[in-house]
Design a protein around this ligand. Structure first.
Ligand code: ZN
Length: 293
């Protein structure tokens, strides 16, 4: 752990452009300010992020959306102080936790050697009530693939021996922070970086567009409610787990002065134009619901 502690590198593995900002934007900005090198890995190409009622969903339209969303993601990274965003370009809406995806993630974990990883929950929550738009299948797949890449594959040289031939030695991730998990146990104080989170979310104009004021208001309320729970002005919430053998890990950790949370596993964002889409309405319902949990 001491060697890893010296390695102030964090990796954020998510399905879509904007997922990282929704779930952990304030935390990412806080870590960057503390001198951490943060890298994003976006598993899909984001090409399915158009309006639900779009009539043109052909290859050219998909390509255009993908390019726009990547541009927006890079702008958001700039706001938060993220070093780089790596796009794996799997088709949006079809992500599966395949061995190929796992190998790609292991390659990046071994190359960048992060101490901390933020990823999406691989599990749905049924308590107190299942919220349909809260769990995008791409998010679940990204979480499952990330977790499988972290343990055991990244730290075990017997997994993907071809990576050893690329010169990529095993790497053990130290801690994992799950967004949208059924059980949260850790909070990060984002009081100083909440505005950066909002600014980074604003960069995703194609998704959040003219309803941004409404979204910002809900985020402010939600983050303040979480903050109150932990004695912070604004907070993001995670399930945090240290990568230790059974029995060695500390029981449930409580809030850290630096930690945060945000329990939203953001459902896919909505299209800004062409009126209120189903996706947007579902998203706002989910957001509102999580705010009272
Ligand atoms: Zn998403």
């Amino acid at each position: 752990m001491s060697e890893q502690e010296q390695n102030k590198v964090a990796m954020v593995i998510v399905a879509h452009p904007d997922d990282a900002e929704f779930g952990a934007g304030g935390t990412i900005a806080a870590w960057a300010r503390e001198g951490w090198d943060v890298y994003y890995v976006i598993c899909t190409d984001g090409a399915g992020g158009g309006p639900d009622n779009a009539e043109d969903v052909g290859p050219a339209a998909r390509r255009a959306i993908s390019e726009t969303r990547k541009r927006e993601q890079r702008a958001a990274c700039e706001v938060l102080g993220v070093k780089d965003a790596i796009f794996l370009d799997y088709p949006d809406g079809q992500l599966q936790p395949t061995i190929e995806l796992r190998r790609g993630l292991v390659r990046l974990l071994r190359r960048y050697r992060p101490t901390r990883v933020i990823c999406q929950s691989p599990d749905r929550s049924w308590s107190p009530t299942f919220i349909i738009p809260r769990f995008h299948p791409d998010h679940l797949a990204a979480g499952q693939a990330a977790l499988a890449a972290i343990y055991p594959a990244s730290q075990n040289g017997w997994d993907f021996p071809e990576l050893l031939e690329e010169g990529l030695l095993p790497h053990k991730v130290g801690e994992v922070y799950f967004t949208g998990a059924p059980v949260m146990n850790y909070a990060v104080d984002i009081s100083e970086t909440f505005d950066l989170k909002i600014a980074a979310l604003r960069a995703h104009a194609s998704q959040l567009g003219d309803r941004f004021a409404e979204l910002e208001k809900m985020f402010r309320t939600r983050s303040a409610e979480l903050g109150a729970k932990y004695g912070m002005a604004y907070a993001e919430e995670f399930h945090r787990s240290e990568n230790q053998p059974p029995g060695a890990a500390a029981a449930t950790s409580t809030s850290s002065p630096e930690a945060t949370q945000e329990s939203l596993a953001p459902p896919r964002p909505l299209a800004p134009t062409r009126g209120a889409t189903t996706r947007w309405r579902e998203f706002m319902i989910a957001l509102a619901f999580t705010a009272i949990l």
